[in-house]
Design a protein around this ligand. Sequence first.
Ligand code: HPA
Ligand code: ZN
Length: 333
Amino acid sequence: MNRNELIRALPKAELHVHIEGTFEPELMFAIAQRNQIEIPYKSVEEVKQAYNFHNLQSFLDIYYAGAAVLIYEQDFYDLAWAYFEKCAEDNVVHTEMFFDPQTHTDRGVAFATVINGLQRACDDAREKLNISSHLIMCFLRHLTEEAAFETLAQALPYKDQIIGVGLDSSEVGHPPEKFERVFAKAREAGFLIVAHAGEEGPAEYVWQALDLLKVNRIDHGVRSEEDSKLLERLIAEKMPLTVCPLSNLKLCVVDDMVQHNIQRLLQQGVHVTVNSDDPSYFGGYMNDNFFAIAEALDLSHAELKQLAQNSFEASFISDTEKQKWTEQIAALN
Ligand code: HPA
Ligand code: ZN
């Protein structure tokens, strides 16, 4: 098998994808029209032209504006279903997707509307596409601790449908320590914990995510490389980093894919995985991310298999499931 054939053939788990970031312009237009909501674009081309971000905040402004057309349960279903169809194309057999309840509840959409639409898509994906999934709810870090506590309370009746709690949105100026208490409460309630850290923010935010939030995984974490003590800790603890190469390129976390540190991190023994983050905004889904780094960094077959293997090891599926995927990956050449 050549390299791209191997990438397509590998079963993969996606551990860092924001469901609101999978919103393709065509679907955005269709939902805006049926909900009779004005959007500031006349065509799909105009939407794509607006995607000229150069940092996290300029992306987030457009991402939140797009999400504002989502109102009904069916809208959330359609959004997630379209993503599952992409997973099927890319041989993503398991996904742990983020959703941002506050982006919707702050506009008057009920928490139940969001979770019921997403859950129905997850159930259909399991049944019709044989794709398993978990939902991870993220707090928006630019909002207050109090707002995060309210969101956690709203999530408790749905505890069985939400495997974990994460932290996203504008990183710099909103360190993990701002949310230490609400994450303690989430842990007590039995949620697994993840947090975006070390994307635009410094290595110090990764330390805080580890020590104060007590995360099970770090989302992004690529700036950990700036701190050798931190790297040692990540390696010793086998702490997963959910790395998003095309996102890093689009938001100028790296200037050029040939400079991306995912291969260096992998070779040093950091538990890195490949993910798409916000694929409709950043130029590609799972396999596009693999193709981009494989080409730019000349990744070997063994490295590609290790990345796919890491995605299952770092996931929240059972050991039996992990074993099954490990065997399938090992059998590929
Ligand atoms: N970083 C922070 N917040 C986000 C992102 C991201 O890459 N995508 C969606 N919300
Ligand atoms: Zn993200």
